[in-house]
Ligand binder design. Structure first.
Ligand SMILES: *Cc1c(COP(=O)(O)O)cnc(C)c1O
Length: 475
C-alpha cells in the first residue's frame, strides 16, 4: 500500500480488511495474556456496551457544552460517581492520567504565585506525567527518595524538600513501578503544614483500591477524605475498564478547579472556554466511560476487585516459589514488580514470555531500584493465573539457560558517547540494525539487548536515545 490518498474512495469491506492486516502483529487486547496497557473485564458484553455508546457519542464535540447538553449530563454522572467513591470534590473528565496531572499541576501553579520558579516535590517513583507537566508548564521538579526496602515515599524527605517556591507536593496511590502506596496522610500533612497543595496520583489505583478494600485488603485512607489532599487523579481507562481516553481529576476546592480551566477571548473567532488541554474533542471516550460504569455497576466492580485480589495473591505466592525471581516490596494493589537475579535476566525472561504469547512489561533500573518485569493483575487474570505462572517459570528457566543479555563489547560506551545531533535518522536506524534491531519492520521484536543497553545508560542518555528511536520509527 503506497502512502497518500487513494485516487478514489474505497468500500468499507476493503478498509476493514486492511485494518485487520495492519493489526496482525499487534498484541491481543483481550484474554489476559498482555499484562500491561490493556484492561479486560473478561465480560465481552461490558466492552460491547462501551463501544456502542462510544460510537453514539463519537461525533459530538465537547468544545461547546451549550450545543451538546448530553455531555454535561454524562460528565456530571461520571465525575459524580468517581467523587462519591473518592472523598468528594469537583472534577473534570479528561483524556487520561497525563492530562489529569497536567491540569492539577496548572491549577496548583496558578493558585499559588511564588517569587522564584515554581517547583513541585515528587518522590522518584512518581509517574513521568509530573515531569512532563513541569516541562510544559515551566516548573522545576524536586525528586525525593523512597525507602529502598518498601519503595514507599519518605515523608520526612518530602517535608524537607518543600521550599517557598513549592506549589505542589505529590503522593501516589499506588505508584506504578512497584504498586505500593505512599504514606499519603503523612505527606499531605507535611504539605498542609506549609500551606502547599497536595495531589494524590490515584491514576491506576483510584478505581481499584476501593474495591480491594471492600474485598478485604488493608487499604489505608488515600483520597480526598484525607486532610491536606487538595486534588486527585483517577483513570477510568485503567481499572475502570473503560475504553482509552478516560480519566477524572478532582479538586477539593471549586476555586482550584477554576484554575485548571482556560478561557480566551483574544481573537475575533468563537468563544474559547476549555476545561481540558484539548479544545475540539470527541465525546466518544466520555460515552464509553459512562456506559462502562453503568454496565458494571458497584457489584461488577466489586466482583472484579475480589478476583483481582485473589489473582494478585496467587501470583505473588507463585513467584516466591520460582528460583531466581522475587517480588519487589509488598504491593497493596495488584501491580506486581518481579526482579531477577544474576542467573535470571528479566529482559531475557520478558522476550521468552513473548515467544510463548505473553507480554510481561520490562522496567529499567532507576535510582537504585533494580530492573524488573511489571505485571498488572486485573479481574480477568484469575482465570489464567496458573497459565501465567507456568509461563513465568518456563521463561525464567529459559532465561537462566540463555544467560544475561549482553550488548556487543564497547557498544554501550559507543552509544553513551554518540553525538546524536550529528546523526540523522537513517544512520541511527543502521546503528540499531547492527545490534539486530529492525526499527522499520513490523512484528514483535526481541528487546533484551536493547533493554540491556538502555539499562546501562544514565537516564538523560536513555531519553535522547528514546527520542531518536521514535523519530526513526516514524521516518
Ligand atoms: C498510567 C498512570 C499515569 C498516566 O496515565 P496515562 O493515562 O497513561 O496518561 C499516571 N500515574 C500513574 C500512577 C499511572 O499508573
Amino acid at each position: 500500500m503506497t502512502p497518500g490518498l487513494p485516487p478514489a474512495g474505497r468500500p468499507i469491506g476493503d478498509l476493514l480488511s486492511d485494518v485487520a492486516r495492519m493489526r496482525q502483529d499487534d498484541l491481543p487486547v483481550r484474554g489476559g495474556k498482555v499484562t500491561a496497557y490493556v484492561y479486560d473485564t473478561g465480560r465481552p458484553e461490558v466492552h460491547e456496551a462501551a463501544a456502542r455508546a462510544y460510537a453514539e457519542m463519537l461525533e459530538v464535540n465537547c468544545l461547546d457544552p451549550t450545543a451538546f447538553p448530553s455531555i454535561v449530563e454524562m460528565e456530571r454522572q461520571v465525575v459524580g460517581a468517581v467523587a462519591a467513591e473518592l472523598g468528594g470534590g469537583h472534577g473534570i473528565f479528561t483524556s487520561g492520567g497525563t492530562e489529569s496531572i497536567m491540569l492539577a499541576v496548572k491549577a496548583a501553579r496558578d493558585s499559588r504565585p511564588v517569587a522564584g520558579r515554581p517547583a513541585l516535590v515528587a518522590p522518584v517513583t512518581a509517574h513521568p506525567a509530573f515531569h512532563k507537566a513541569a516541562h510544559y508548564l515551566g516548573l522545576d521538579v524536586v525528586r525525593t527518595p523512597v525507602d529502598p526496602g518498601t519503595f514507599r515515599a519518605d515523608p520526612a524527605a518530602v517535608a524537607a524538600a518543600i521550599t517557598r517556591d513549592t506549589v505542589l507536593v505529590v503522593a501516589s496511590a499506588p505508584s506504578y513501578p512497584q504498586g505500593v502506596l505512599d504514606p499519603v496522610a503523612e505527606i499531605a500533612a507535611a504539605a498542609a503544614a506549609r500551606g502547599v497543595p497536595c495531589h494524590v496520583d490515584a491514576c491506576v489505583g483510584g478505581w481499584l483500591l476501593p474495591w480491594l478494600r471492600e474485598a478485604g485488603a488493608e487499604v489505608p485512607p488515600f483520597d480526598l477524605s484525607v486532610s491536606g489532599v487538595t486534588s486527585l487523579s483517577c483513570d477510568l481507562h485503567k481499572f475502570g475498564y473503560a475504553p482509552k481516553g478516560a480519566s477524572v481529576v478532582l479538586f477539593r476546592d471549586p476555586a482550584m478547579r477554576r484554575r485548571a480551566y482556560y478561557a480566551s477571548a483574544a481573537w475575533p473567532g468563537y468563544t474559547v472556554i476549555n476545561a481540558t488541554v484539548q479544545s475540539s474533542r470527541s465525546a466518544g471516550p466520555l460515552g464509553g466511560a459512562w456506559a462502562t460504569l453503568q454496565a458494571l455497576g458497584r457489584e461488577g466492580y466489586l466482583r472484579l476487585g475480589r478476583d483481582t485480589l485473589a489473582a494478585a495473591r496467587l501470583l505473588r505466592e507463585g513467584v516466591a516459589g520460582i528460583p531466581g525471581l522475587r517480588v519487589l516490596g509488598d504491593p497493596v494493589s495488584s501491580l506486581v514488580a518481579i526482579a531477577g537475579s544474576d542467573e535470571v535476566d528479566v529482559f531475557v525472561l520478558s522476550d521468552e514470555a513473548r515467544k510463548r504469547g505473553w507480554f510481561l512489561q520490562p522496567q529499567l533500573s532507576y535510582a537504585g531500584i533494580p530492573a524488573n518485569i511489571h505485571i498488572t493483575v486485573t479481574g480477568a487474570t484469575l482465570a489464567g493465573v496458573d497459565a501465567m505462572l507456568k509461563v513465568i517459570a518456563e521463561s525464567a528457566a529459559a532465561a537462566r539457560e540463555r544467560g544475561p543479555a549482553t550488548p556487543p563489547p564497547g557498544l554501550v560506551e559507543l552509544v553513551a558517547g554518540l553525538d546524536l545531533d550529528a546523526l540523522d535518522d537513517a544512520a541511527f536506524g543502521e546503528l540499531a540494525a547492527s545490534v539486530g534491531v529492525n526499527l522499520t519492520g513490523g512484528g514483535q521484536p526481541e528487546m533484551a539487548v536493547v533493554n540491556a543497553i538502555l539499562d546501562a545508560l544514565d537516564p538523560e542518555t536513555r531519553e535522547s536515545i528514546l527520542i531518536r528511536f521514535l523519530s526513526t520509527i516514524y521516518a
